[in-house]
Design a protein around this ligand. Structure first.
Ligand code: PXP
Length: 238
């Protein structure tokens, strides 16, 4: 199965915001990522809008020709923007305001009615939904019960255990991927994926629909350039 590479532009937005102007221009970078082969663009606006801003959703939606994936905690404000501008996918992440980065998946059972209501609202607008989860088969089954289209497996644990024991590190992800497919959902993954650990992850989970990669890819682009870097990541997925 072909795995789509969605480039997360949060770090690009962070540089933009640091000087208050529009350099680098997120629109231009998004278009270039697509021209260089990326099959999706991801942004994750957080409540303090320190990197991607809510207003980036509408401007990117107008230009992205592959797939726009908006990630984030479904606050009323973010949900309103998502329902209005209809990105192709809304990945719901349970990150509290002010957190440095997402570091855990949903407790789906405890939040079932909250999540189901949002998933239903997105479905009515034709927006695909994905729930950010820990790599546990039970979470995949719960995601299916609340009606999500996909899950995004949080790969932070995989990345941190990869160097020590990669076959052990990937095991829970293989089991969760199987449970996800059995439940009729598709599989996304993201967080801390990089040039070292991506190919092994893809080899172990061939039915991966999409990976979203930001931090490592933008860091690599400093050395290899954006075009080369995207090509290298794409090659690791093929
Ligand atoms: N997926 C989710 C839900 C995220 O919050 C992030 C970080 O914004 C990523 C994927 C991408 O992680 P990284 O920047 O480590 O590649």
């Amino acid at each position: 199965m072909q795995t789509r590479l969605s480039v997360n532009l949060n770090k690009v937005a962070l540089i933009r915001n640091s000087r208050g102007g529009n350099n680098p221009d997120l629109i231009r970078v998004a278009k270039d990522c697509e021209a260089f082969g990326a099959e999706g663009i991801t942004i994750h606006p957080r409540p303090d809008q320190r990197h991607a801003r809510y207003s980036d959703i509408s401007t990117l939606k107008a230009v992205v020709t592959t797939e726009l994936n908006v990630e984030g905690y479904p606050t009323p404000e973010l949900l309103e923007m998502v329902l209005e501008h209809r990105p192709h996918q809304f990945t719901m992440v349970p990150d509290p305001p002010g957190v440095l980065t997402s570091s855990e998946g949903w407790a789906i059972k405890e939040q079932a009615s909250f999540l189901k209501e949002i998933i239903d609202a997105c479905r009515e607008k034709g927006i695909r939904t994905s729930l950010f989860i820990e790599p546990t088969p039970a979470r995949a089954e719960e995601a299916a019960k609340v009606g999500a289209d996909r899950i995004e497996m949080y790969t932070g644990h995989y990345a941190s255990q990869f160097i020590e024991n990669k076959s052990k590190a990937i095991q829970p992800y293989i089991e969760t991927a199987k449970a996800t497919l059995d439940a009729g959902l598709s599989i996304n993954a993201g967080h801390d994926l990089n040039l070292d650990n991506l190919a092994y992850f893809k080899a172990g989970i061939s039915e991966l629909a999409e990976v979203s990669i930001g931090h490592a890819l933008i860091c690599d682009a400093l050395y290899f350039g954006l075009k080369n870097t995207i090509q290298i990541y794409l090659n690791l997925l093929r």
